[in-house]
Design a protein around this ligand. Structure first.
Ligand SMILES: *Cc1c(COP(=O)(O)O)cnc(C)c1O
Length: 402
């Protein structure tokens, strides 16, 4: 008998998913490679006295090589974690003893970092580290002059993300790293948004964090890249069986490792073509918005950003009201999902000096692997219609002079 409380899904509009910076759907090809390890083949990869265990270990090590290859690292420089949040914690907290010993108590980061970096660095401040957030310009790019000024021989660590999760802005890591290293500082990058979307070269930095579920892999796994030679200078977050060379105790989730590895492999293979496709979808979306005569501006530079992301400001239109209006048609967000519990305006847009009003009138749209042309057009149609409707009930859309 049909459960009377069950909603008849057939009659519900299924919104188009356009929040790929928050998470990405699991690629079916990834799931396919995970299946054998979800359904019986996975022994404990640390229990290799039998063939189940050694098969699991082999699968894990193959995955580690795939992850390493995506960012130009060696397999022995990859530590599996539960995600980018844990990798950020492992690296930033783990390096504190080292920088303290070298009397380099200063830690620099950027104002637009993810909370998974900002909160960790704030915790160092509470422990007596001299922490500082370097500003960005109106385009969201790190102010290199400000970085140069903030760097001293006391700087132990510089942590700047590769690409921003709200604006998609890509930082000049080569230059940031060059400046930091010239002062003898170690460099970390949160590459959760960049890895798999644009080329990431681990050799430019000392540490990096990546996340599987931001690149069509399973949730619950990620990796810390720790350059060879620095391993022993990192203290683990927790102790136990000493897996991952003592840096991350706990049994490795074989199926997740395998899925993450496949996701990295696919991303590496398809990155170039997919970037072109996403770029086209983004242009199509913007063209469609324009064709409706909708007034908007874009937050963050258009010159250096990850493909597929766009952060749009609709002047005079409250973003929360806009999201409610388009809810049944598209799934997009305002600001970062990771701080979505609060309705505070985006700290990223505020740090760019865009003002509270503009921050409250901006939405983030992300196109991804499952997005087709029709989705981009429908999204622009839905947003334009909603902007017009909201404009009628009292929201005013001013004409911008640009
Ligand atoms: C999503 C994200 C994280 C958090 O990654 P998890 O794997 O979910 O812990 C950290 N930094 C950035 C830039 C992100 O986009």
């Amino acid at each position: 008998m049909k459960n009377p409380t069950m909603v008849d899904k057939v009659n519900l509009p299924v919104p188009i998913y356009l929040d790929f910076q928050a998470t990405t759907p699991l690629d079916p090809r990834v799931l396919h490679t995970m299946m054998p390890y979800l359904s019986g083949l996975a022994g404990n990869p640390h229990s290799t006295s039998h063939s189940h265990g050694s098969a699991a270990l082999k699968a894990v090590e193959n995955a580690r090589a795939q992850v390493a290859s995506l960012i130009g690292a060696s397999p022995d420089e990859i530590v599996f974690t539960s995600g980018a949040t844990e990798a950020n914690n492992l690296i930033i907290r783990g390096v504190t003893r080292e920088i303290r010993n070298r009397e380099r108590n200063a830690v620099l980061t950027a104002t637009t970092e993810h909370k998974a970096v900002l909160a960790v660095i704030d915790s160092l401040r509470a422990e007596g580290f001299d922490t500082q957030r370097v500003q960005v310009d109106r385009d969201g790019m790190l102010d290199l002059a400000a970085l140069r000024q903030a760097l001293t021989i006391r700087t132990g660590l510089v942590s700047v993300m590769a690409a921003n999760n709200e604006t998609g802005v890509v930082h000049d890591l080569n230059e940031i790293s060059r400046l930091a290293r010239a002062q003898g500082a170690l460099v970390h990058t949160d590459a959760a948004q960049a890895a798999g979307k644009i080329p990431v070269d681990a050799s430019v930095v000392d540490f990096a964090s990546i996340s599987s579920h931001k690149m069509y892999g399973p949730m619950g796994i990620g990796a810390a890249y720790i350059a060879r030679g620095l391993r022993r200078r990192i203290e683990p977050l927790f102790k136990g069986g000493g897996q991952e060379g003592g840096l991350r105790s706990g049994t490795l989730p074989v199926a997740l490792c395998v899925g993450f590895g496949t996701a990295c492999h696919i991303a590496a293979q398809e990155m170039e073509d997919e970037a072109k496709r996403l770029h086209h979808l983004r242009e199509l979306f913007l063209e469609t918005l324009r064709s409706h005569g909708t007034t908007f501006t874009i937050n963050g530079t258009m010159r250096k950003r990850i493909p597929g992301n766009i952060n749009v400001h609709f002047p005079g239109i409250d973003a929360e009201a806009l999201l409610m209006k388009v809810r049944s048609e598209i799934s997009i967000s305002s600001g970062s999902a990771c701080t979505a519990e609060s309705l505070d305006p985006s700290h990223v847009l505020l740090a760019m000096g865009l003002g509270v009003e503009r921050a409250e009138e901006s939405v983030r749209i992300g196109f991804g692997r499952t997005t087709v042309e029709q989705d981009a057009i429908k999204a622009a149609d839905a947003l334009s219609k909603a902007v017009t409707a909201l404009g009628r009930v009292g929201y005013k859309q001013p004409v911008l002079e640009i």
